[in-house]
Design a protein around this ligand. Structure first.
Ligand code: NAG
Ligand code: NAG
Ligand code: NAG
Ligand code: NAG
Ligand code: NAG
Ligand code: NAG
Ligand code: NAG
Ligand code: NAG
Ligand code: NAG
Ligand code: NAG
Ligand code: NAG
Ligand code: NAG
Length: 794
């Protein structure tokens, strides 16, 4: 089996090599074209996505992150408030079944779903080759540069295709070339099978121009957009037949592509002017410049972290799809598949989440890459784990820059959520509410109609946890003051209005424990029914605990002392602490109900272990023990059944300092879930693609090596299977960059760079003694900005 780089070299094309030295942790590559979407290779500049099939007739699946099905819809059910107190009373009286019914009959949104993420279309490039699957075929994605390349021989001629998504230039660009001068023929067109307004090809001043204008859907007031491709040929002849641009006898063909939509521009004139501006600039700069810009920008992010968990030797030199198959029977022989997957998670975040023309949009259920008009779960921003999980690796893997689209969306959600808080819950104190999904308009009303997911007024509380983490890692006080604080303040205010006193605590209700059901016991109405709606599930209490803590922390940092702050303190004191059941496990609900599915995929009741801290071992050992009992129980009953659930498990065992369990779930994850192109799937390669598990995976590996919720803890959960390795460039809370090398299962050295001058509290591998800059560690080190603190064990 040949490696990609020798093949690329063998072709001796007149193009600088896109691929850095072949490294099994950095390159995802294949010897056959994609045969479906989940084997295509995704790139993106945050806003525009392209996924490359590398087929004989090239197919590039295109996306733009604001192409969603339609306009904002106010879906608030006008009967909501009228049902709120009756539902509460029924639940409180022990009439669970009726309480749930009243809730769903009256509080579900009308219609019950918001808008969905939607397909753009594809770019088709017909080279007139019969097939591209033979003849030294290679297709690769380089995770250090973000470049995709396809190479093959056809009738003795070498062909090469290269693809980049440039964040600085706002375009996707590609270069097609042949090893024989004048040997390249290609027919280029844009394809979309629905709601097309116009699809034309022209030649203007020697450049081919493809223009597709379309509506996102058949709804009134859809998202409208224009996609344009400019085609520049070196040598040969360029013509158009009205719908395709035809190039004959060229040596090189460059293509630049952009899409702009009605989401960010008020009129077609404006978004088309933006398309023209970007493409004029790109085509006059030329492919070489766009590629260099794209690589410089991408590498500056991707190369901040370097992970080595051991070498795979020859097992790592096989194509990625073969490695995935081999891993199922022989997981220990390819540790670099773990690093490859870790790097792919960072690639996915860099490619799907960047600041852009306002508002930027964060990574959705499929990140950015979607070929369907009606994707699974609407391809939305799902809030009862998925959007939060997407950003778990952002801070710790040194990609805080990718977080700003998350804040942009939160601003949109907050404005909508204020209105929903007023109309659904009669809360007019400046508080906002969000349920378990949102769309590009910030839709904040309850979503779908199900007893175990719809009635969950906790979305803003969970997203707030990501917001405060951004500050804890970056220590950016300006962002905290100007952007995060107003959102935390408003999220907390809703609960100052909405919570009600129940059995001595401020309580939520009606609410759920995402997406789990319990069996109704004898004395709580219809015995044996499976229900989900109740008062104060454990997760709600933990989310409120974290939210009020965040408000208090922010008030201290920003030195504010207003009712918002004092309320947080008084409410925090009246949130019910986590309860431990007779079997020693954290209870999921307010009573020790029997779970309908003890192996449920959601780990909601131990949110306080990860990503929260309330149940973390250095915070409260009693709760950590009960959380572990809960986790073991879930796993013993088959949890980890979806990709994201399995990766949440990795993070949870890391928090429990159990490296061997993290590694076990890491390996099981890689054996069961990734599709050939490394995308996370719901329950195996033939099932639905959903990006969250990719991000959860990357976060889990980082959490295994570095934690900082309490102290900066080096190698807190190193698996015995990973005795030697290094990681450079992870980030700890307090804004420390951590480089570490370990040998024989023991830290050999760490360099910790202080980026904000915070004080540094340290712990090494569960408590061994160590030296910092030559002196025995004896508690908190005060640090200077830019200075490096070297840690070695005693
Ligand atoms: C090309 O990609 C589009 C979008 O992903 C997909 O719908 C279509 O089936 C693909 N075409 C071929 C020939 O594979
Ligand atoms: C939601 O579904 C339940 C059960 O199927 C039904 O009784 C209820 O009326 C539905 N709610 C709405 C608003 O359609
Ligand atoms: C593949 O590459 C090898 C080595 O460069 C060469 O000898 C062989 O002819 C190529 N095969 C085809 C089908 O072009
Ligand atoms: C696209 O949307 C516009 C505006 O809503 C509408 O007038 C037009 O008929 C739609 N065209 C197609 C092809 O759907
Ligand atoms: C232009 O050429 C393409 C590719 O050969 C073909 O599919 C299309 O039908 C042609 N269009 C016209 C208007 O002839
Ligand atoms: C503080 O809490 C009280 C209820 O306990 C509420 O009336 C008031 O609006 C809250 N203050 C703010 C600023 O939200
Ligand atoms: C539950 O509430 C309904 C409606 O008020 C009532 O008909 C039913 O008897 C109640 N069930 C119990 C067990 O209280
Ligand atoms: C905030 O103000 C309250 C009431 O004025 C006061 O009791 C409390 O001590 C103040 N807290 C801080 C941290 O200044
Ligand atoms: C741990 O949590 C339990 C349950 O909330 C509480 O009773 C106990 O005081 C906590 N322990 C510590 C050390 O905070
Ligand atoms: C993970 O642990 C389980 C239970 O101990 C074991 O059956 C399984 O083989 C392990 N899997 C891997 C990949 O280590
Ligand atoms: C896509 O193709 C791969 C490789 O042949 C296959 O394993 C997978 O099942 C296919 N996925 C779907 C969704 O068809
Ligand atoms: C720490 O920094 C020193 C001095 O630059 C360097 O020699 C050493 O390799 C570094 N160690 C790690 C773990 O990065």
């Amino acid at each position: 089996m040949h490696l990609p780089s020798p093949t690329l070299l063998a072709l001796s094309l007149p193009i600088a090599l896109a691929f850095s030295q072949f490294n099994p942790s950095h390159v995802s590559w294949y010897t056959t074209p994609a045969n479906n979407f989940t084997s295509s290779l995704p790139i993106g500049n945050g806003r525009l996505g392209a996924s490359i099939w590398g087929t004989a007739i090239e197919n590039v699946t295109l996306n733009e992150n604001s192409i969603w099905s339609g306009p904002f819809i106010n879906r608030v059910n006008p009967r909501s408030y009228g049902a709120l107190w009756p539902a509460r009373s029924l639940l409180a009286e022990g009439n669970i079944t009726k309480g749930g019914e009243v809730t769903l009959d009256n509080m579900v949104g009308i219609p019950d779903s918001p808008q969905s993420y939607s397909a753009l279309g594809s770019l088709r490039l017909d080279f007139g080759h019969e097939e591209a699957g033979t003849g030294n075929y290679t297709r690769a994605l380089d995770l250090r540069t973000g470049v995709v390349g396809v190479e093959y021989m056809s009738r003795g001629v070498g062909f090469r295709r290269e693809y980049v998504a440039s964040y600085p230039d706002g375009v996707v660009a590609l270069r097609l070339s042949s090893s024989r001068p004048g040997g390249l023929d290609v027919v280029c067109s844009l394809e979309r099978d629905r709601y097309v307004v116009g699809n034309t090809a022209r030649v203007v001043d020697g450049e081919g121009v493809l223009t597709l204008t379309a509506n996102s859907s058949a709804q009134t007031d859809p998202i409208r957009f224009t996609t344009e491709a400019r085609i520049v040929a070196d040598g040969g002849r360029i013509t158009s037949n009205g719908t395709a641009v035809v190039v004959r006898g060229a040596s090189t063909v460059d293509l630049f592509l952009d899409t702009e939509t009605s989401y960010r521009y008020a009129s077609r004139t404006e978004w088309e002017a933006e398309v023209k501006k970007k493409l004029d600039a790109a085509s006059s700069a030329g492919y070489g410049t766009i590629k260099a810009n794209a690589i410089a920008d991408y590498s500056a992010l991707s190369q901040r972290v370097d992970l080595d968990l051991g070498s795979s030797g020859s097992a790592g030199n096989l194509p990625t799809d073969t490695r995935l198959v081999n891993f199922r029977s022989n997981p220990n022989s390819d540790p670099e598949l773990v690093s490859l997957m870790f790097n792919f998670g960072r690639h996915s975040l860099i490619s799907s989440s960047r600041a852009s023309e306002s508002p930027a949009l964060p990574a959705n259920l499929q990140g950015l890459w979607n070929q369907d008009f009606d994707p699974a779960w609407g391809g939305r921003f799902t809030i009862d784990i998925n959007l939060e999980m997407n950003y778990w690796p952002a801070e710790v893997t040194n990609l805080a820059d990718t977080f700003s689209p998350f804040i942009d969306l939160m601003d949109i959600v907050q404005a909508r959520g204020l209105a929903v808080a007023k109309s659904m819950y009669h809360c007019s104190n400046g508080g906002y509410v969000l349920h378990h999904n949102t769309d590009l308009w910030g839709d904040a009303a309850p979503v779908d109609n199900g007893t175990t997911w719809t009635m969950w007024p906790m979305g803003a509380a969970w997203l707030s946890a990501n917001l405060i983490e951004h500050y804890r890692f970056t220590r950016d006080e300006t962002v905290l003051r100007e952007r995060i604080w107003p959102l935390l303040q408003s999220a907390a205010r809703f609960y100052y209005c909405h919570l009600f006193p129940f059995e001595g605590y401020y309580s939520t209700g009606p609410s759920i424990s995402p997406e789990a059901a319990f069996i109704v016991p004898d004395d709580l109405s219809v015995a044996g029914n499976e229900e989900g709606i109740d008062i104060a599930p454990t997760m709600d209490n933990s989310l409120l605990y974290e939210l009020f803590q965040s408000v208090i922390e922010t008030c201290e940092i920003l030195q504010i002392n207003i009712t918002d702050c004092t309320n947080a303190t008084s409410y925090l004191a009246k949130i019910k602490p986590p309860q431990i059941g007779s079997s020693g496990r954290i209870l999921e609900w307010r009573l020790d109900y029997e779970e309908a599915d003890p192996g449920h995929r959601h780990m909601s009741p131990i949110f306080g272990l990860f990503p929260g801290y309330q149940m973390a071992p250095l915070v409260n050992e009693t709760l950590a023990t009960a959380a572990k009992a809960f986790l073991d129980w879930r796993i013993a009953h088959g949890s980890g059944s979806t990709g994201w659930s399995r990766t949440w498990t990795m993070n949870l065992y890391a928090r429990l300092f159990n490296g061997d369990q993290v590694w076990n779930h890491t390996q099981i994850y890689l054996q069961r879930f990734p599709s050939p192109n490394l995308w996370n799937t719901d329950s195996g390669p033939d099932t639905v693609f959903q990006i969250d598990g990719n991000f959860g995976f990357t976060s889990g590996i980082a959490e295994m090596l570095l934690q900082s919720y309490d102290v900066v803890h080096l190698l807190p959960a190193l698996p015995t299977a990973v005795p030697d390795g290094h990681v450079f460039g992870l980030v700890a809370r307090g804004n420390f960059v951590v480089d570490m090398v370990w040998e024989g299962g023991v830290l050999s050295q760490a360099n910790i760079t202080s980026r904000s001058g915070s004080s540094l509290d340290l712990r090494v591998q569960g408590g061994v003694n160590f030296i910092v800059n030559g002196e025995a560690y004896a508690g908190s080190v005060s640090t200077d900005v830019g200075k490096v603190y070297t840690v070695v064990p005693m």
